[in-house]
Each structure stands twice: as C-alpha cells, then as structure tokens.
Design a protein around this ligand. Sequence first.
Ligand code: HAM
Length: 428
Amino acid sequence: MSKTIQTVRGMHDVLPAETASWQWLEQVLRDLMHAYGYREIRLPLLERTELFARSIGEVTDIVAKEMYTFEDRNGDSLTLRPEGTAGCVRAGIQHGILHNQIQHLWYMGTMYRHERPQKGRYREFRQLGVEVFGLPGPDIDAELMLLSARLWKQLGLTDLRLELNSIGSSEERLRYREALVRYFSQHKASLDQDSLDRLQRNPLRILDNKLAAMKPIIDGAPEFTEFLGKASREHLEGVREILEKAGIDYRLNPKLVRGLDYYNLTVFEWITTALGAQGAVCAGGRFDGLVEQLGGSPAPAVGFAIGLDRILDILHQQEQIDTQAPDICVITTGQVISAEGIRLAETLRDALPRRSIVYHCGSAGLKGQLKRANRSGARIALILGDEEQLAETVTVKFLRQDREQCAIRRDELANLLTTEFENESGKK
Ligand code: HAM
C-alpha cells in the first residue's frame, strides 16, 4: 500500500473537537471589534511578492527567509501572505478608501511563514489584525492597547505584560542606526554570526538577539530614547499619559524594535511567559509612511496583530476554555412527560439564543441524568419533576458553583439565567 499523505510541516488541521474553541474565540473577537466600532475587511491570501518586499522590507527575516513564494502559470511571482498589514494597505489604496478618510479596520485569517516550527510557532497560523488609518495622534495608539487589554480581561488572561517603545522618525532612526553600527563594531569579536550578518544590513535587529552571551553587549548598547526629537518624545508621552490614566500597566522597553521595517514612533508588544521562547501574543505599532510608500497619498496609520494560535495554546494550558460543554442541561423526571422538557428547552433557546442547551442527558433516573449533566461540563441543570410541575416551577442546580439549588417560577427562569450568564462573563 502506498504511504498516506500527511499535512505539510508546520500546518495543522483543525479537527471537530477543536473547532468549538476557535469559533468561540472568533466570536469574542468579532464582538470586541463591534464594541469599538471597527469594521471587517477580507483580503486575499495571495499577493504579489513585490508588495511584501516593499513594505515589510527586503532585509527582514520574513522577506529574506520565510516567505512561501512561487511563480504562477503566467510567470508572476506571488507570495502567500506572511502578515496582513501590507495587503490591507494595498486594498485601501486600490479601492480609494484611505484618501482623506478615517478607517477603523480588522481582518482575521491564516498567515504563512516558513519558520522552524516549535510550540507557539507554526508555518500556518491565524491572526486577528487591526489597522486604523487617518488618525495621527497618540490617543488612537493608546486605544489599541486598551482594546487589547480589554480582550485579555474577557479571556481571563492575566500573565500578559505590555512593552512599549518609540522608534521615532526615519531621520531619528538613521542616526540611531549609525550609533548602533559604531557601538557593535567596537564589539565585533563578541558578536555571533547572526549579529555580524545584521551589522550593516539591519543593525536594529541585533537588539532582538536572544542568546545569553549577547545580553551584556546588547544591554550596553545606546538606547533609542536618546535619539528621539521633541515631536517623537511628545507623542510617546501622549500614549503613556492615556495608559496611565486608564490604569494599564506597561514597561518602557527602549530596546523594542520589531522585525518589520514599516514602523515609526509607537511600537508595542504584549508578552506572556506561558509559551517559552514564543512570548509575543500581540504586536504592532504606527506605520505612518507605508501608505505613501506603496503609492497612496500620505495617511497616518497604526495597528497590531494578535497570534490566535498562541492565545488558544495559553487558554488550553490554563484550562480556561471548555467550549465543548453545554451551558444548560434540561432534566425531566417522575411522571413529567418529555414533551414538557422539550418545550422548556425550546422556550429557553428563544430567550437565550447564544447559549447551548441540551435536552435529555441519556439516563432514565434523576441521579443518572445529573451525573451525566455534570460530566458534560454544563454549568446549570434544570430539573422538571412532579413537584415542579405542580408548582409551575423549575429547580435550578448550579453544577460548577458551591451554591444551594433553588426553585424558580417558570416565567422568571429566562431572566434569572440571563443574569447568571451575564455575571459570569463579567467576572472573567
Ligand atoms: P508580527 O509581530 O510579525 O506583526 O506578528 C504578530 C503576532 O502574530 C505575533 O506577536 C505572534 O503572536 C503571531 N505570530 C507571528 N508569527 C507566528 C508564527 N510563526 N506562529 C504563530 N504565531 C505567530 C505583524 O504581523 C504585523 N502585521 C502586526 C501589525 C499590524 N502591525 C501593524 N499592524
């Protein structure tokens, strides 16, 4: 028999057992985007190779080493998108939706990078990207950080820290670059091969080197802050002020530079310690020059992308999602006929359309059904027996909380359940 064909390395099938987690996360993200008034844009997976070379930068790791590039049947060089910002800007220019306009956009989907796969790093991965066009002030940069902080809260992610830096204007970057080349050239003998390769081509990226032996040299390198002019400093101060007023903790990291060339001023990353080396779960910054660079009329822009595979990896690790579990199990017992139970479940589905409600837990007796309801992971069991039938009530049993069960009048049940679920998501 011939060998079976497997997935390409670094690419994953999402099997039915996992799709529920994805759908749940995607819905949380859609709701969040809606709450901030951002609108979805859907972009092709394939773009002209030139788009990425011109935006991300020829000498970045992504463009130099990681793209899936091929010639199509016409001999055009095409690339599977390694990220979404370039395509979003291309689409915005092509369809004339950026010129003199403010746009709050988001997209979600797969990206492709030929990196060495490991935990949290895949060759096909999913991002939520957010890009705002037409607003130059620090307030919108801060809004993006507040928006992401709200998401962590909703997801129950607590160990994320925000790192912030400003990489100034292109002139300031040029001067900083020269200072770095001077500094690292004095330490040439201690640089690893990777850093030597980057010394002339992309010295800022040396700051990203994670080798322990390089740490003392990197720690001693000049910091961007010294090279920022007045306007850049004020912009950074503006972002900091809003974050501080909003109570968002952050750390200024003057060595944070990002691996894509299109950034200026604000750059930021949310980092976790839960995933080993692949700590960044969300990253972005300002890219005021990119629209013009790709042929549009100048438009300020800022955005970020979240690595969704990493988010789900952490949530699973912390056992924070069990989206397979129903919310409610309806149990009938005694003489109560199943038609009554089905009717109750149907009424609740009308009242709570987003909740998953299972009718009938398989066994005959009350004890057996409760056991199954418990094992299913459901949060609430509703019991409809002879007593309840007589009194026109339902017994509500909280399966995941240390609380007394209670009898509730049928006409009050939907309200009570709505409040219960609202309180629960508020606590997360
Ligand atoms: P990036 O830092 O290259 O930025 O990627 C953003 C996030 O995508 C990372 O922080 C990480 O969570 C996730 N990610 C990146 N590579 C992988 C991988 N191989 N496997 C799994 N997850 C990965 C960008 O892509 C920019 N377009 C962000 C942006 C939007 N800047 C402005 N607007």
